[in-house]
Design a binder for this molecule. Structure first.
Ligand code: CP
Length: 368
C-alpha cells in the first residue's frame, strides 16, 4: 500500500461543477427570450470580421441565441464545419482566444493549422503579410489572426479571398472578445439584449480600464452602445486622465451611451450591476499595467447580484477571493467565448442553414 499522505489533497476528491458556470439553464433562458431569425446571421457569410462596428444588435442577439443553442447541446450529431480548415495564426501570446477558437472549430468538426510563432514561417525571411495571406487562400477556409500591430490585419486583407477574423490587433480592437462579453451579459440577464428592462432595471456598468489603450475595452464599448436603451450609465473608471479620446467619446455618446469618466471607484461600486475590469494592454512585445492600484476582492462593496467580467489574463486587480462568489462571471465569460465563436464561425463559412430550424436562402456551399 502506498503512503496515502503523499497524495495531493486535490487528487482525493471528485471534480465538481458549479451552477452558472457549466449549467445549461442560462443559455436555455436566453434561447427562450430571443426568437430565432436566421436572416441576420446569413449576412455574415463570407465576411471579414475586423471591428466591433461591423455588428448590429440583431446580429448579436442571433449569434447569442445560436451560441446558447451550441452551449445547451455541445455534442453535435452533424458537425457543420466538417471538411473546413482553419488557419490559426497567433503572432502574439494568447491562452483564451487561440484555444477557444480552436476548440470551437474542433467542436464543429473542422481541421486546424496553427502557427504560434511567425518566425517559423516566411515572415522570418521578410515575407510580407500580404504574400502570406495569398498563400493562406490555398490552405484554409478562415484565418484567425492576432498580431501586435494595428495594421497587420489590414495588410492581409489585401490578398485574402477567405474570411479573416481579427483576434486582437495591437491596441486597436478585439471584436470577438467583446462578443463573448455581451454573450455573458445576455445569459445573465436576457432582457438586457431584448431591450425589455424597465427604467428602474436599466443597468449601471462600470468599466475599469483604458478605452484608448485597451483593445478589449474599445470593442466592448462599441458593442455596449448597441444596447444603450438597456443601460442607465457606463462609468469609465481610471485614476489616470485622458483615457478616452474625444472622437471615441463622441462616437459612443452619439450612439446613445451615457458615459462618465471617474477617477475613483469606491463610492460608485455599490451602484454597479456589471463591473468589467482589465488592467493590462499588450503593446509591442510586452504589456503595460494601466489602472493603477485598483483592486477588486471579496471584501469590495459590490452590489448583491452584481457580476464581474474580465477578459483575462488577470493580475492583482482581480483577487482570487472572488472566484468562489456569485460575482464571478469571468470564468463563465471565458467559457462562453467558445460557443459565441462557434456561432460566428458557422456563419462565416456559409454553414448556418445546417444548424438553424428556419433555413434561409443563401449561396450554396459547394463543399457541403
Ligand atoms: N481575452 C484574451 O484575449 O485572452 P488571451 O490573450 O489569452 O487570448
Amino acid at each position: 500500500m502506498f503512503d496515502q499522505s503523499k497524495i495531493h489533497p486535490l487528487l482525493k476528491q471528485a471534480v465538481v461543477s458549479r451552477d452558472g458556470i457549466r449549467g445549461i439553464e442560462r443559455p436555455r433562458n436566453l434561447m427562450e427570450a430571443v426568437p430565432e431569425d436566421a436572416e441576420p446571421l446569413r449576412s455574415l457569410a463570407g465576411m471579414h470580421i475586423v471591428s466591433a462596428r461591423q455588428f448590429d444588435r440583431e446580429k448579436i442577439l442571433q449569434l447569442g441565441r445560436l451560441a446558447a443553442s451550441y452551449e445547451t447541446q455541445p455534442d453535435l450529431i452533424h458537425p457543420p464545419l466538417r471538411g473546413k480548415i482553419l488557419v490559426s495564426a497567433f503572432y502574439e501570446p494568447s491562452t483564451r482566444t487561440r484555444l477557444s477558437f480552436e476548440s470551437a472549430w474542433h467542436r464543429l468538426g473542422g481541421d486546424i493549422m496553427s502557427i504560434t510563432d511567425p518566425n517559423t514561417t516566411g515572415i522570418a525571411k521578410g515575407e510580407s503579410l500580404s504574400d502570406v495571406g495569398e498563400m493562406f487562400n490555398n490552405y484554409g477556409d478562415v484565418v484567425v489572426l492576432r498580431d501586435n500591430s494595428e495594421d497587420s490585419v489590414y495588410s492581409m486583407l489585401d490578398s485574402l479571398r477567405i474570411p479573416i477574423i481579427n483576434a486582437g490587433n495591437g491596441i486597436d480592437e478585439h471584436p470577438t472578445q467583446a462578443l463573448a462579453d455581451i454573450y455573458a451579459i445576455m445569459k445573465w440577464n436576457p432582457a438586457f439584449g431584448t431591450g425589455q428592462l424597465s427604467e428602474d432595471e436599466k443597468l449601471t456598468i462600470g468599466v475599469i480600464g483604458t478605452p484608448n489603450r485597451m483593445r478589449t475595452v474599445r470593442s466592448l464599448l462599441l458593442l455596449l452602445s448597441l444596447f444603450s436603451d438597456s443601460i442607465r450609465k457606463v462609468y469609465i473608471v481610471n485614476p489616470a486622465r485622458n483615457v478616452l479620446d474625444d472622437d471615441q467619446k463622441q462616437e459612443l455618446e452619439k450612439a446613445g451611451l451615457n458615459l462618465e469618466v471617474v477617477h475613483k471607484f469606491r463610492d460608485i461600486l455599490p451602484e454597479m450591476d456589471v463591473v468589467y475590469i482589465n488592467s493590462i494592454a499588450w503593446v509591442g512585445d510586452s504589456y503595460e499595467t494601466l489602472t493603477g492600484d485598483i483592486k477588486l476582492t471579496s471584501k469590495s462593496q459590490l452590489k448583491p447580484g452584481a457580476i464581474i467580467l474580465h477578459p483575462l489574463a488577470r493580475g492583482e486587480e482581480l483577487d482570487e477571493s472572488l472566484d468562489g462568489t456569485e460575482h464571478n462571471w469571468y470564468f463563465s465569460q471565458a467559457r462562453g467565448a467558445v460557443f459565441i465563436r462557434m456561432a460566428l464561425l458557422t456563419c462565416l463559412v456559409h454553414r448556418i442553414n445546417l444548424v438553424v430550424d428556419s433555413p434561409v436562402d443563401q449561396p450554396e456551399d459547394k463543399n457541403q
